[in-house]
Structure formats: structure tokens, C-alpha cells
Design a protein. Structure first.
Length: 308
């Protein structure tokens, strides 16, 4: 009976205080730590690798003030006002909100400890969607997390002054820059977590091509997600169509109907990479060169091949 009681208590604590048990993988830790020196960060990773989890736990730390001993990222010594953002109300509810506070019916099973959840303000129009999460900070005061959607448009991102912003999934550039403006006072952190299914978008180009000491990108592949066995990883990789594999498992941007893949038959210098191009011409070569540069910097060299 005593053993069962102790086991139940351990389970309760690990469920209702997941923040205390969060141990990031090396790439997640690199991403968190980069916040100490970079205002803008992107964790560009494959699907189901842990990018949303990392983004949510960082939001929980800033809201509660409960930073673990290993934390080397940006730190606030006061309550914060922040936004957690996603594509639509349904998507925010099922991803961002779930990671932060748990599923409906299991509130307190997310990154924010149950005893730190103050008031949950319901949004209108979508079942179980929250508008605002009020969080008890270690100071005794209250932090505010607002949940925002890209579908609401850029105008809904105006006006507020914030300490931090988390974008889960890629947003349009106009929303990104509008939201970034909300953190200008104090230079608060803005971080993004997504799989680059939109290809070389304006947001991706900002992080990969527009170099700034204030901006950084961390890549994370399925091989760096330690919750999968080697057999499970291979099954996942094989489950995707060839033209999506690098994006969904390695976080490499896709390019519409023409994808860029590394050649398995040979490795050639980038200067003599060979393409079979139909219709895209020089534009395809430029985009391929960009992807090669990304692969070289994040995952090692490979020869790009463009298939149409």
C-alpha cells in the first residue's frame, strides 16, 4: 500500500510539475542557451522531434520565473507579459495551449506547473480555446500569456508592449515584424519553432541569409531526437515520400514541386553541381545553392540535385 501511494505521488508530481523534470536534448539546449546573446532565434527542425516542446517550456520558465540550474539562456527577474502564437485557433489549442497547460480535462499537465496556473480566460468562437493564461510568478505577482493566431491578421498584433514572443509554426513576414516590434522596448526575446514546409520563405531567408549578431538558427534532425530508437527513426523516414523526407526529418526547406536532394551516387563540389532543370532555370540554381549552403552549415556537405 505504501509503495502504491509513493508511486502515485511520484506520478502526480511528474505530471503536474513537468517543468521541474524537463531535460532538453543537446540541440534544444543549444537553442535555449542562444537566447542569452541572440534576440531572434529559430529552431528549424523536422516533425515530432521536440521543437514545440522546447518553445513551450521556455515560455513556461519566463512566465513562472522557475529557471532550472542548467539554464544559460535569457532570464527575467520579474513577471512577464508574452504571446504564444500559432496558425489558427484550433491549431493553437491543440499544440501551443496543450504544451503550456495540458489538454482540456487535464489542465496542469503541461509545461506550466499546475500550482502556477492562476486564471484561464476562455476565447470566443472555438471550443476549449483559451485567450489568456495568467501565471503565478515566483515573486508572488502575475505573468500574462496571450494566445494569438496568424489567421487573425497583422492588425491583431499591433499596440501591445511585450517581454517575449513565441511563434510555433511559421508565420507571414508582416506578422513577424509587427510582433517583433512589440518587444523593441527592452529587446525581449522572440523565438520560432517550425518545420520549413513553406520552403525558402521570407522568414526563412531572414534567418539564413540576413546575417545579424542578434539573430541565429539552430537545426535539429530526427537523429538528434533521443526518444526514438534507430528502428523507429528509420520507419518514420521511410514513411515519408522522397520529396518530403529531408524537410520532415531534418528541417531542410522544401522548394514547391521541385525539391532539392543530396545525391547518393556521388559527391561533387558545389561549383559543378549538376541539375536537370525544366522551366526554373537560373532561379532553380540559386535556390539550390541556398539549400546547399544550409546543408553545409547545419548538417555537413552534400551535392544538391533538383528534380522536376
Amino acid at each position: 500500500m505504501l509503495l502504491q501511494t509513493l508511486t502515485a505521488e511520484k506520478t502526480r508530481r511528474s505530471t503536474e510539475n513537468r517543468l521541474a523534470y524537463y531535460k532538453p536534448y543537446p540541440k534544444q539546449l543549444e537553442f535555449h542557451s542562444a537566447g542569452a546573446s541572440h534576440r531572434e532565434r529559430l529552431l528549424m527542425a523536422g516533425n515530432q522531434i521536440g521543437k514545440t516542446l522546447a518553445g513551450g517550456f521556455e515560455a513556461a520558465m519566463h512566465a513562472t520565473g522557475r529557471y532550472p540550474d542548467w539554464w544559460e539562456g535569457r532570464r527575467f527577474d520579474r513577471p512577464t507579459n508574452g504571446w504564444a502564437c500559432g496558425v489558427s485557433g484550433e491549431v493553437v489549442r491543440d499544440t501551443v495551449q496543450r504544451v503550456l497547460v495540458g489538454r482540456s480535462g487535464s489542465i496542469g499537465a503541461g509545461a506550466i506547473p499546475k500550482d502556477a496556473i492562476g486564471e484561464l480566460v476562455t476565447a470566443r468562437g472555438i471550443a476549449d480555446l483559451l485567450d489568456t493564461i495568467k501565471v503565478r510568478h515566483v515573486s508572488g505577482e502575475t505573468s500574462i500569456i496571450g494566445l494569438k493566431t496568424y489567421l487573425s491578421g497583422r492588425e491583431k498584433f499591433q499596440g501591445e508592449t511585450l517581454d517575449w514572443i513565441w511563434f510555433d509554426e511559421e508565420c507571414p513576414m508582416d506578422i513577424y515584424t509587427e510582433a517583433l516590434t512589440r518587444t523593441n522596448i527592452g529587446g525581449g526575446p522572440v523565438w520560432m519553432t517550425f518545420t520549413p514546409l513553406l520552403g525558402m520563405s521570407d522568414v526563412v531567408r531572414r534567418f539564413l541569409q540576413e546575417k545579424s549578431p542578434d539573430r541565429t538558427v539552430v537545426g535539429m534532425t530526427i537523429e538528434e531526437a533521443l526518444h526514438y530508437s534507430a528502428e523507429e527513426r528509420q520507419k518514420i523516414i521511410d514513411s515519408y515520400p522522397p520529396h518530403e523526407r529531408e524537410c520532415r526529418t531534418k528541417g531542410i526547406p522544401v522548394l514547391g514541386s521541385g525539391r532539392i536532394f543530396p545525391s547518393k551516387k556521388q559527391r561533387l563540389p558545389a561549383s559543378i553541381a549538376i541539375f536537370r532543370v525544366t522551366g526554373l532555370g537560373l532561379a532553380a540554381w540559386i535556390l539550390a545553392t541556398i539549400i546547399l549552403s544550409l546543408r553545409s552549415s547545419l548538417y555537413g556537405t552534400a551535392t544538391p540535385m533538383l528534380f522536376m
